[in-house]
Design a protein around this ligand. Sequence first.
Ligand SMILES: [Zn+2]
Length: 479
Amino acid sequence: MRKYFWLLFATMAFTELPKQYRNTEEVNNYFEKIRNNPPLLTAFFTAMPKGADLHHHYSGAVYGETYWEILMESNGWINPHTLDVDTAGALHKAPWKHLAEIGSDSLKQAYLRKISVKDYTALAGPSDQHFFATFSGFSAPASYGMIRGLQEFKQRAIAENVSYIETIMGVPDTAIRLPEAGAWEKSLSGARLSDSTAVTATLEKVYTALIKNGIANAAKTCCRKQDLLHQRAAVDDSLFMLRYQLSANRNAAPLSVYRKLLIAFQAASMDSLIVGVNLVAPEDGSISMRDYSLHMLMIKHLHHYYPHVKYSLHAGELAQGMVRPELLRYHISQAVLVAGAQRIGHGVDIAHEAQCLQLLDSMALRKVAVEINLSSNEFILHVKNEQHPLMLYYTYQVPVVISTDDPAVLRTDLTEQYVLLATRYPSLSYTQIKAIVRNSIVYSFLQPALKERKLQQLDHAFNQFENEIQAHLDSALHD
Ligand SMILES: [Zn+2]
């Protein structure tokens, strides 16, 4: 009986495989025919399973229209002159008004322009400044309407065949203030980074003091809040899954960055919903440039205490001219080789790295994935097409994933990122793009069993997608 079962299975596998293989070939051919037809390409990529979005900031992924609705429905505030907004619980005087009183459509459009790239023109100022200034325009409603935000992510993801999102959120700060904080702040701010032993010794003391003063409780509170939010939003099911990365703002004072990173690492070590840690905020900010190497040593130090916690680091979100040339030489290499990041975000200035080719080899060897954000890099850094290092990474076999960064601020989605990928990099075939999609699950921070399940689902979804394209081509042939 058993023998017949295997015989039957082998026969099925033998007949199934060539058919699917033929389908993939047919889809490859069809894809080449529509590559220069953006509307058909958009339809193609909307239907194509896209796995995961691994570089996705929570507050920058909720559309301004949603923030507007939340403020309208909850009696939130607006200053009609500055377009600053606030939630109902805050106290404001004139010229602030309740949004429900004066929320006209033209005011709404002005608010959308302020907090996103909608209708952006150079008259609004430098694009990078406009981009990063948007965040203050929705910080109040972002923390107020989180359940709604997460549920929108899910609806939008399912509609465009995305099955997993790892969204980045900030770590709430803690009331822990250490008596020796001033002295440590001073020694960390002025740290001689060439003496990494001395820096590590200071970090060690800070770590011990924070643990002694109950930072684990702050992490527990953070986990409880995250779990409650996740439970109330009820977004996980067989089609979709959401997980979180906790981040620290790299433009804060050193002790604050370390404290938040420690909470994030501790929380990620305790809570399976928190799958990773990140560092956010403009990389060319004066503090983040000054403290970049210090931050890498902080991460290295925390990795020692939390060896199983994963982290992705924004690194190399810089372009020629943004900073002095010598400051373009080391961010990615330190993120990979000093901090030991499992993934890096952006990596745009890789060609300026002091040991670029060795670094690429090293990333390929260590399987450090790079999260590519094409719209974001075009808007903020003005880097696109052949200027973008995507194909350099690809050629050096560094794992590449495609992501959105801040889809609502940039008014984009993952589908559009794949359209840009296919039109800007015509040497990438459908089969290669399919492998890039697969990377988004392979290099996610999901636990191994969940990852395996998601991969099986993705493979199945691709088979189904290819069958559907094939059926469509067959029916077109018979019409
Ligand atoms: Zn980002």
